[in-house]
Ligand binder design. Structure first.
Ligand SMILES: [Zn+2]
Length: 394
């Protein structure tokens, strides 16, 4: 007998603030080192306008950050943090939601949790966070970041749905490219599923460096781990691609195996799930890694295979075989290249296709330009325009 709606709780006693709005703040754990403390203070500093005697209150914490001071967490530090949490969570410090004002929503993900903070006029309205499931913790960073946005949108559905001025901030710039891409260009099914859930909401996605995303960053980093249930895996899109590469499962296994052994692709598998090293390291490893690094925002990994947009990146050992397959029916050069553009990719694929076709015995033997047609004379007509000849030139 209680209804929660846009940050309020309605029951027989009347209206009160929904404590869910600040639950994420109340559940923040105590910092365990200087870095975590800095992150907490960054967040608190962002909200200092709502904290009376701000500098005075936080001074014991600031002392802990001083150079040459050992990080020793004492009871008085815990007291300060609890006090800050109380001040931040207090009803008066949270702005009430105004449907006529623009919404700024910050979302972030750490390695084991996601968090968000909704602001209007720079005032916090609603915080939220949850820990990632064991399965989600193994997701790639880009997937976790997109999950954070999806989670926030679903949690804040009543604020966001139908709202015309929503800006969502992420500190993961590759997401911007994914978000503006059409469904059929996204190969990664996880990202596709998440994007499907976001279709309900009208928002623009913007990049903000991590150090400016105080709230969401902190909420996703310092939450007390809780066991959350597995997220619903409904709405699975099996395929929205029109140009899927159709291959047998044996061939698929071969591709996965060769990809994991490929001197370049094996690194991409690794980087996709962690992080790309800097260019200097890439140059040292060599190969086409720098080339792929430039394309990294369009690269996804799915089922042990590397994709560039919707094109499968073929491991070196299978490239010759793939060109032969492309040219199996002796299609002309342009048609072969067009087919390749839809399905498969590797650096310099075009020249390899050209090379193979130019050496193809069957094509040379039977290509149309090699067939010499005999010239046939026609009779000279008696009057002008009694016979008209037409031809089409390329
Ligand atoms: Zn041929």
């Amino acid at each position: 007998n209680e209804v929660k709606f846009i940050g309020f709780k309605f029951n027989s006693e009347g209206m009160s603030t929904d404590s869910d709005r600040v639950k994420a703040v109340q559940e923040l754990s105590m910092p365990k080192n200087k870095t975590e403390l800095q992150s907490l203070l960054g967040f608190v500093n962002y909200l200092r306008a709502f904290i009376p005697n701000y500098s005075e209150i936080i001074s014991p914490l600031r002392d802990l950050l001083k150079r040459n001071i050992e990080f020793r967490w004492e009871k008085n530090h815990t007291d300060v943090v609890e006090k800050l949490k109380g001040l931040i969570s207090e009803r008066t410090k949270l702005a009430n939601f105004d449907p006529n004002k623009p919404i700024n929503l910050e979302c972030d993900s750490s390695k084991d949790a996601i968090g968000f903070a909704l602001f209007q006029d720079d005032q916090p309205v609603h915080y939220g966070s949850r820990s990632l499931t064991d399965c989600e913790q193994n997701w790639a960073q880009i997937e976790k970041e997109y999950l954070a946005i999806t989670y926030a949108c679903q949690k804040l559905h009543n604020y966001l749905f139908g709202h015309k001025s929503v800006t969502i901030f992420t500190d993961h710039s590759p997401l911007l490219a994914i978000h503006t891409k059409n469904f059929d260009k996204i190969k990664n099914n996880r990202l596709k599923n998440l994007k499907l859930k976001l279709l309900h909401y009208d928002f623009s996605l913007k990049y903000k460096p991590g150090k400016e995303l105080y709230s969401a960053d902190l909420l996703s980093r310092n939450i007390i781990p809780t066991r959350s249930s597995e997220p619903d895996s409904g709405d699975i899109i099996h395929s929205l691609c029109c140009n899927e590469l159709v291959v047998s499962s044996e061939k698929m296994d071969l591709f996965v195996q060769e990809t994991s052994k490929d001197p370049v692709l094996k690194h991409i598998l690794e980087y996709y799930h962690s992080q790309w090293p800097n260019r200097h390291t890439l140059n040292q490893i060599g190969g086409d890694l720098v080339h792929f690094h430039n394309l990294r925002n369009d690269i996804t990994v799915e089922g042990g295979l590397v994709y560039l947009n919707q094109r499968l990146v073929v491991p070196t050992s299978l490239r010759a075989m793939m060109v032969d397959l492309l040219h199996e029916t002796h299609l002309g050069l342009e048609k072969c290249k067009a087919k390749a553009r839809q399905l498969i990719y590797w650096p310099s694929i075009n020249s390899q296709v050209e090379n193979t076709i130019s050496k193809c015995y069957v094509c040379q033997r039977f290509s149309r330009k090699n067939i010499k047609e005999q010239l046939i004379n026609h009779d000279i007509p008696d009057t002008p325009f009694s016979k008209i000849g037409l031809d089409v030139a390329e």
